[in-house]
Write a protein that binds this ligand. Structure first.
Ligand code: BGC
Length: 777
């Protein structure tokens, strides 16, 4: 046993399984090293003690920090070095803010464009998502700050995320949903993995021995801690035995009570507790390694980080259409319409919300470059109503721009209430107040350039009617300056979509099977997620995976494939007149397979006329497939089409190669002897029985209980009202309010003990449960 643990009493050992407050591990009265966590992923949400006690009331209160572009935006850079630099920059702030471990990155697969939290994730493709996550982790951990890779796993929707049950077959789970986590674990060994709230195949991920021990530790060789998402530990003994190391946040004695009751007679639990405790203490030593002494938040170089945030944003924004209207001629007259030009939308709502100090608007930034601007707000960006006068002014401006032939920039996108943690969208459409205005503007004959903001696909239905579309994503605090730099051509756009933009949500693979009231969600589309689906089923899309334009052009030539070395090389030439960067992609399709798969990518920067030889390292699984009888990825000989491409549809070069056993000699599957019983149980134990009056347990939520019990309805109403009263008049549509309400309605009863900071005691919880199960409606 770890020497530090020998000095602990039984109670202290048990206590070490649970965090202290919202963000700390237990230090046994100073006898153990401990660590402090803080939310990421695209900046630090470090809360002071006062802010912490109000944590649930207002997650938007935190210390100033740099807000970097969100992950969905960073992924569009297709630039591993940039992700590593983002990790490093956030680590530099963590070092000055007494934070040892940052809760990020998130690498869940985007099963549907409607998931409210997609902006915090990278891609619909597992290789891209896993590789970028690994770069971020390596960048951050190189500076001695740990990470927490989240949310493991199949947390692909926000609706009822605390109790929903993702039903997934073995091949789909392994090839699509686990794969980004696997890549990141193997390439970067994150300090911790955050296990998600939801169930997978009928059991809570947090209590799944299959996921936390068999897959994570035994199969992938994960060495760090497993931390519960905040309030995801349902049944402390089961979670501990499954492989959880630390339950967060503080349960105010509840977990200790549960574990003490069984500790003496359960030797398996005692052993697992020793393992968990050792991992927590090791982590505290490793990640609290000295930087604490230097902590001083006045040392954060916000100026340098703001510049980095700007560079990240300009490398990630995606030019979706351009008929030559961009870049704008320098210092000319412009008409600008849309509240989002003045009030920037640069991040989403929820636990990733960053309190940024400086976020100049696009309007100011364009003016600073010498543009002469006439501006009309047109629609509001807060939750206010549209004013008829505002609309009329915008239309007047559009008419004037049309008659004077002045370019009209229309800024639009998802405002606050549409994107955030704890809720999903219902449609990919833009808010009606914006589309109604845009349609009228288009009728004036003005030459419109659309600048769009969202962390996930939106319906660019106006693509054929406007001259250009620049999609900024949610690109961090330097968003406004990034718009100006890209529109003016000072920087050449080089982002490409890391996800498909469909024509409609109705075209998406899981349409009708996503975000419903039923907790059981069958992943019926299997591996056909994102472009895999659209390519296999030949469904047209608005903008395909990997798509993005530039102010220059590129030519690919001389493709070479070395299957044994898992390497593909080719030349790229910048054939235009300005400097630019190209995100080159390699797709591979085995003969007979329904769809190509991304197996490598590299971003290269080229001066006009310059040619570079690009050498792309391929995914370890480039010539493998998941075999459900071996429960592993196994190499497959055969004919493969290897493609160098500028998007999944724009194949530039291709070659058919015969991959032989000799080629695959060095690519054997890892030695792994699966616990077949665990596999069988996990993939047959699928549907979850929803409970009703009489059978509710503490793993059910207040929302469901309230539907069947008048008394619980009253209690729920009271709790929500009490919570709202601490939120200083915020509207119910405010994302920080939405997330708090959804947590109270949808978190299992047991989880409310931790997340309400002890307001709900164990005794009260049992009382509510009795009421919920009582006879009276
Ligand atoms: C979120 C996590 C976050 C945690 C702590 C949870 O609700 O799902 O991503 O790290 O809260 O704020």
């Amino acid at each position: 046993m770890n020497a530090d643990l020998e000095k602990l009493t039984k109670d202290e050992k048990i206590r070490l399984f649970n965090g202290v407050g919202n963000w700390n591990s237990f230090d046994a009265g100073g006898r153990l090293p401990s660590f402090t966590m803080s939310d990421g992923p695209h900046g630090l949400r470090k809360q002071d003690a006062v802010q912490e006690t109000e944590a649930y009331a207002d997650i938007n209160r935190s210390r100033l920090a740099t807000c970097f572009p969100t992950s969905s935006c960073m992924a569009a850079s297709w630039d591993k070095a940039l992700l590593s630099e983002e990790g490093k920059s956030i680590a530099e702030e963590a070092q000055c803010q007494e934070v040892d471990l940052v809760l990020g990155p998130g690498t869940n697969i985007k099963r549907s464009p409607l998931c409210g939290r997609n902006f915090e994730y990278f891609s619909e493709d597992p290789y891209l998502a896993g590789t970028l996550a690994a770069s971020y982790i390596n960048g951050m951990q190189a500076l001695g700050i740990g990470t927490s890779l989240k949310h493991f796993t199949c947390n692909n929707q926000e609706k009822r995320r605390q109790t929903s049950n993702s039903i997934v077959d073995e091949k789909t789970l392994s090839e699509i949903y686990l794969r980004p986590f696997e890549i990141a674990v193997r390439k970067a060994q994150p300090a911790s993995i955050m296990v998600s709230y939801n169930k997978v195949n009928g059991e809570y991920a947090a209590a799944s021995k299959f996921l936390l021990t068999e897959v994570l530790r035994k199969k992938w060789g994960f060495k760090g801690m497993v931390i519960s998402d905040w309030g995801a530990c349902i049944g402390a003994a089961n979670c501990l035995k499954a492989g959880m190391s630390l339950a967060m946040p503080d349960s105010n004695g509840y977990f200790s009570h549960q574990l003490s009751a069984v500790y003496d007679e359960d030797s398996v639990l005692r052993d697992k507790l020793d393992e968990a405790n050792s991992l927590v203490v090791e982590a505290a030593k490793k990640w609290n390694g000295g930087h604490r002494q230097k902590a001083d938040n006045s040392k954060i170089d916000f100026v340098a980080h703001h510049k980095a945030a700007l560079r990240f944003a300009t490398s990630s924004a995606v030019l979706l259409k351009n008929d030559g209207a961009l870049p704008l001629a320098p210092k000319t007259k412009l008409a600008v319409i849309g509240g989002l030009a003045a009030t920037m939308k640069f991040q989403g709502g929820g636990s990733s919300h960053i309190n940024a100090a400086e976020y100049p608007s696009a309007l100011e930034s364009l003016k600073a470059l010498g543009y002469e601007i006439d501006y009309a707000e047109g629609y509001p960006t807060d939750l206010g109503n549209v004013s008829e006068k505002g609309y009329a002014q915008a239309l007047e401006l559009a008419k004037k721009a049309a008659s004077e032939k002045v370019p009209l920039l229309f800024f639009c996108g998802l405002t606050e209430e549409f994107e955030g943690e704890g809720f999903d969208r219902e449609t990919i459409a833009l808010p009606q107040v914006q589309t109604k205005l845009l349609d009228q503007i288009l009728e004036t004959g003005a030459e419109v350039i659309a600048v769009t903001f969202s962390g996930a696909p939106i319906d660019i239905y106006f693509a054929d009617k406007v001259r250009a579309v620049l999609h900024m994503y949610l690109c961090g605090e330097a968003c406004g300056e990034a718009c100006a730099q890209l529109l003016s051509g000072n920087v050449n756009p080089s982002g490409k979509l890391a996800e498909t933009f469909p024509f409609s949500e109705k075209d998406t693979p899981c349409y009708g099977n996503f975000g419903g009231e039923d907790d059981n969600i069958e992943y019926k589309e299997g591996c056909l997620v994102g472009y895999r689906y659209y390519e296999a089923k030949k469904i047209p899309v608005r903008y395909e995976f990997g798509f993005g334009l530039s102010y220059t052009t590129f030519e690919y030539s001389n493709l070479e494939v070395d299957a044994a070395a898992r390497r593909v090389s080719f030349d790229i030439k910048n054939t235009g007149t300005v400097k630019g960067a190209e995100a080159a992609q390699v797709y591979i399709q085995r003969a007979g397979a329904e769809y190509p798969e991304l197996r490598g990518f590299e971003k290269v920067e080229l001066e006009p006329g310059e040619t570079k030889r690009v050498s792309v390292e391929l995914d370890e699984n480039a010539f493998k497939s998941y075999d459900t009888s071996a429960h592993n990825f196994v190499p497959l000989v055969g004919t493969y089409k290897v493609m160098a491409a500028s998007s999944v549809k724009k194949i530039q070069l291709e070659k058919e190669v015969e991959v032989s056993e000799g080629d695959l000699a060095g690519q054997a599957a890892d030695a792994y002897s699966p616990d077949v019983t665990l596999y069988n149980d996990f993939f047959t134990n699928t549907f979850y029985e929803q409970h009703h009056r009489g059978t509710f347990t503490t793993a059910d939520n207040l929302g469901d209980m309230a539907k069947e019990s008048f008394a619980v309805r009253m209690i729920l109403r009271f709790i929500i009202r009490a919570m709202l009263s601490t939120m200083k008049g915020k509207s119910k549509d405010d994302p920080s309010v939405k997330i708090a309400i959804s947590a109270i309605e949808e978190n299992p009863l047991e989880s409310l003990i931790s997340i309400t900071n002890g307001v709900l005691s164990e005794k009260r919880m049992q009382g509510i449960l009795r009421l919920a199960n009582g006879k009276h409606k």
